[in-house]
Design a protein around this ligand. Structure first.
Ligand code: ZN
Length: 166
């Protein structure tokens, strides 16, 4: 496994539409492992393939830190309710903005063995699913932001502890 470089806003790869994954290859399995490692290393709750420069419909999400989800060719099939809250993105480090998302979504996808799965997410997981799937169509949350995209001040002690776990 290896860390991949996270592409930053302004990189044109973040505005492209991704292609469906047609088959599972060892290269794709490596990509999935690298994306998970890169997401955890960056303390993110989700990462989409275009964020590491790969135009494939693949995202990884983990909102709890111990439940990695791999979604291949994901599609949202149900949306319910509304939530408005702060949202950030690993491609816009140190920034956040208010974004309204569904309170609950259901997504259908393939898992990393290309088996169909159905994921129901509420609250943060619903937000993460919507956010990561937007990346696959070249959209960043800043397009939907309500109010300014602002700086976020991370707790430095907390960041130090996270880095110390390596
Ligand atoms: Zn993002």
């Amino acid at each position: 496994m290896a860390l991949r470089t996270i592409r930053i806003e302004g990189d044109p790869v973040l505005n492209r539409t991704c292609r469906e994954v047609k088959e599972l290859t060892p290269r794709l399995q490596d990509l999935i492992d690298d994306m998970l490692e890169t997401m955890y290393d960056a303390n993110g709750v989700g990462l989409a393939a275009p964020q590491v420069g790969i135009l494939k419909r693949l995202v990884v999400i983990d909102t709890t830190g111990d439940n990695p989800l791999v979604l291949i060719n994901p599609v949202i099939v149900e949306r319910e309710g509304e939530q408005t809250g702060e949202e950030g993105c690993l491609s816009l480090p140190g920034k956040a903005a208010q974004v309204t998302r569904p309170q609950r979504v259901v997504a259908e996808a393939l898992d990393r063995n290309m088996q169909p799965i159905r994921i129901e997410g509420e609250d943060l997981l619903a937000r993460a699913i919507c956010h990561e799937l937007d990346h696959l169509d070249g959209h960043l949350y800043t397009e939907f932001a309500e109010g300014p995209v602002h700086d976020v001040n991370y707790d430095e002690d907390e960041m130090y502890e996270e880095e110390g776990e390596e």
